[in-house]
Design a protein around this ligand. Structure first.
Ligand code: PBG
Length: 330
């Protein structure tokens, strides 16, 4: 062809690293991440989670190095999960002032007073049946569970938690926890609600890590149906009305449409939880040499930013912060 037709030359803006950096619309920074830590009972425990290579359960006496590394990498917050062996029907380990999370919170505040501690407020790690609330007639009793969740949130705040993150999916949890925190003098403590949480197979490895697999049934009467989109907006709307300060969408990778919907619904910060199954899939493929882990993780986390998250809870947080030191990471 002698004369080409008129067309646009998009490649002009992709011609070099510097040019691409100039027009890049989304970035990853250490401030974007909340790093999950599993805290176990006992002494001298540093146990790798089999289905989550690179993720460990730590006993409180071994937290110091881990916390120092997180701080040194520039990460501003961690979310804590407890691993205990003595469980009961009502999950009393969740709201005891001597509970594992309460103790770990006090210890971490000694090591790193400025690191923000997000407390996951749920009962499933502490109940003998593994459900997120108390059981009556073979189902989780919503209103009875709310009372215990409110107690859990207050004891976590008392121990020094900076943010309360209820993840149990009972109706009304934001309203009840907000009221309980306010009455206990914690008006200043924000609630990061797991507003939109699907009943997902992607939580499998976490349940190994936190020993929280339900002993009967499943979580489908309280967590959401993966087929639904409009239901996510109903969940998010009620949490906004009840006073949530952040909205979590979980999982994230397969739910980017929902992240975008929630982002458009309100101006409250949206948090993506890049869950255990998403982590395990990437790790397993990388260990087999089938994918480039670094590139795949960066691409995945950027897709979450593009969809509209302000923050990402991810087991990759430490790795990514190390990779970000190299400018050509994108
Ligand atoms: C507690 C809770 C779960 C996760 C976070 N908080 C498990 C569940 O709902 O079964 C999952 C996190 C992950 O998979 O990384 N309810």
């Amino acid at each position: 062809m002698e004369n080409l037709p008129a067309f646009k030359r998009h490649r002009r803006l992709r011609s070099s690293n510097a040019m691409r950096a100039m027009v890049r619309e989304n970035h990853l920074r250490p401030d974007d991440f909340i790093y999950p830590i599993f805290v176990s009972e006992g002494n001298n425990v540093k146990r790798e989670v089999v289905s989550m290579p690179g993720v460990y359960q730590f006993s409180i006496d071994l937290l110091e190095d881990e916390i120092n590394e997180v701080v040194q990498l520039g990460i501003k917050s961690v979310i804590l999960f407890g691993v205990i062996s003595e469980k009961d029907e009502v999950g009393s380990g969740a709201y005891s002032d001597k509970g594992i999370i309460q103790q770990a919170t006090r210890r971490i505040k000694e090591i790193a007073p400025d690191l923000l501690i997000v407390a996951d407020t749920c009962l499933c790690e502490y109940t003998s049946h593994g459900h997120c609330g108390v059981i009556h007639d073979h189902d989780v009793d919503n209103d009875a569970s709310l009372k215990l969740l409110a107690k859990t949130a207050v004891s976590q705040a008392k121990a020094g938690a900076d943010i309360i993150a209820p993840s149990n999916m009972m109706d009304g949890f934001v309203a009840v926890i907000r009221q309980a925190l306010d009455e206990a003098g914690f008006q200043h403590i924000p609630i990061m609600s797991y507003a939109v949480k699907y009943a997902s197979a992607f939580y499998g490895p976490f349940r190994d890590a936190a020993d929280s697999t339900p002993q009967f049934g499943d979580r489908k009467t309280y967590q959401m149906d993966p087929a639904n989109r409009r239901e996510a907006l109903r969940e998010a709307e009620s949490d906004i009305q009840e006073g949530a300060d952040f909205l979590i969408v979980k999982p994230t990778m397969s739910y980017l449409d929902i992240v975008r919907d929630v982002h458009e619904l309100s101006n409250i910060p949206v948090v993506g939880y890049n869950v255990s199954g998403e982590y395990a899939m990437v790790k397993a493929a990388a260990q087999n040499g089938w994918i480039d882990e670094k590139k795949m993780v960066i691409e995945t986390l950027l897709s979450m930013k593009r969809a509209g998250v302000e923050l990402i809870i991810t087991y990759f947080a430490k790795d990514v912060c190390k990779w970000l030191k190299d400018e050509t990471v994108y």
